[in-house]
Design a protein around this ligand. Structure first.
Ligand code: DLL
Length: 433
């Protein structure tokens, strides 16, 4: 199903004409109303009138998280505060929070994009939507909430945490759609079993999961454990929140970018030079319609590529490949680049291992050490020591083969790794303390 046929299936030519018109307006407005952007454009020697085609966007300077920090809290807002009706902010675990604002119109557009996303995932007005994304400064809870209400579905605004109560409510209210991070979905699946509830006896049909990277293997695990279809949703607060891109239920292969509101680019991860369509690099977004907090060429640090193939769902928006990691997540272990997603890939392909793991990095003298702690399944843990030894060895060898770096593997008892109620913390890097 498609929520907004008029825009979501626009022929590419008409879509690109619309994007150009919106881009030109946006740049003019930003130049006139945000001194910081005006200064950056002046420094780069580019004026709004220089944007004559979509490719001309490449003349504009990038915006980074650093720019947002420098302008903390409201320095990049493009409207007067009396027009701002909502503020959200990132968690700020890596420093100062980044603050974003919305006008009434921004909120309306965001709700529309979230509705489109839920419909692409297979939700309808008849659904009871259990929203476990955190409500508050995080964009997940309220962003999804407004989209679900706009769809006309019934929203259960439960937020994250208090897992047992969540499950009771989900069962008693006969919720059909689950919105949460993928790691929290797995946490809930496990808690259901602990409570003596077979997850398949719940009424859940679809899950819309995002806010953190998750592998294809993780998807299979969630689909199997909960007996649902698991759909990937992508977004970031700097651009709007959840609903920047969504997988369609038809293909579950790549996420359609809401291109009538956001212009995606892929740039080289080291040189930041624009890459041809289809190549993997860092995702960059420009907002085309945002009023309160427009952003120009925002470097997301997320890695993906754009897929231009025709999609059987009928949407004409290009798809972005599932994000498997961000440059921030990359660890350098004894000179080798390692992404947590690569380790997850190895772990999830091995039988007997549970999808709960943590990576601990230390520095001993001048040497980096990496330990992978992973839970093994209940029946295996009580098995002979020999089996456990073999399993440890196998994981070690597979990680070494894939990454070229050796690590210590520790198999831990079921339910010992801390469960997430939002975004999972996969890495503890003690070198940074
Ligand atoms: O996580 C918004 C969101 C809420 C998206 C709910 C989806 C569902 P931030 O807290 O600003 O916003 O974090 C944004 O999370 O740059 C990615 O690194 C990561 N991320 C978000 N969605 C996905 C996804 C929300 N589907 C950052 N796959 C982004 C992989 C994701 N990473």
């Amino acid at each position: 199903m498609i929520w907004n046929e008029e825009y979501e299936t626009l022929p590419r030519e008409a879509l690109e004409a619309l994007q150009l018109k919106r881009l030109q307006n946006q740049i003019e407005r930003v130049y006139a109303s945000v001194p910081y952007y005006r200064q950056k454009m002046d420094d780069a020697g580019v004026l709004p009138g220089d944007i004559k085609t979509l490719v001309d966007i490449q003349k504009l300077p990038f915006t980074t998280k650093e720019d947002l920090r420098k302008n903390y809290p409201f320095g990049l807002f493009a409207v007067a505060m009396e027009r701002v009706v909502r503020i959200h902010a990132s968690s700020g675990t890596t420093g100062q929070p980044t603050v974003v604002g919305y006008t009434k119109r921004d909120i309306k557009i965001w709700a529309e994009l979230m509705t489109r996303s839920l419909v692409a995932a297979g939700a309808t007005q008849k659904d009871i939507i259990h929203n476990s994304y955190g409500y508050g400064l995080f964009t997940g809870g309220l962003g999804a909430h407004y989209g679900a209400e706009n769809l006309g579905a019934t929203v259960v605004p439960i937020s994250g945490g208090n897992t047992k109560r969540q499950i009771m409510i989900m069962r008693d209210f006969k919720s059909t759609v689950l919105l949460s991070t993928p790691s929290y979905a797995l946490n809930m699946a496990e808690a259901m079993v602990d409570m003596g509830i077979d997850p398949k006896d719940m009424h859940l049909r679809v899950g819309v999961f995002g806010a953190e990277p998750w592998s294809e293997n993780m998807r299979q695990e969630i689909e199997k454990k909960l007996g649902i279809k698991a759909i990937d949703i992508y977004g970031l607060s700097e651009i709007i929140g959840p609903g920047v891109a969504i997988e369609c239920a038809e293909e579950q292969k790549g996420l359609h970018v809401m291109e009538d509101h956001f212009l995606p680019e892929i740039v080289d991860r080291d040189t930041f030079a624009p890459l041809p369509l289809g190549e993997i690099g860092e995702l960059v977004f420009t907002t085309l319609t945002k009023e309160a907090f427009p952003v120009i060429r925002y470097r997301t640090k997320d890695f993906s590529r754009l897929i231009t193939d025709h999609c059987s769902c009928g949407r004409t928006f290009y798809r972005m490949e599932k994000v498997t990691g961000r440059s921030d997540d990359m660890m350098i272990i004894r000179g080798v680049n390692v992404f947590p997603s690569q380790i997850e890939h190895v772990l999830m392909s091995i039988k007997g291992v549970e999808p709960h793991y943590q990576i601990i990095v230390n520095r001993e003298g001048s040497l980096d050490t990496m330990e992978v702690q992973v839970e093994v399944s209940e029946d295996l843990f009580s098995d002979a020591v020999k089996t456990l030894e073999e399993l440890t060895k196998r994981i070690q060898v597979e990680i070494k083969d894939l990454l070229g770096v050796s690590c210590k593997v520790t198999l831990v008892e079921p339910k010992t790794i801390q469960r997430s109620e939002g975004k999972a913390q996969r890495v503890i890097d003690n070198r940074k303390i």
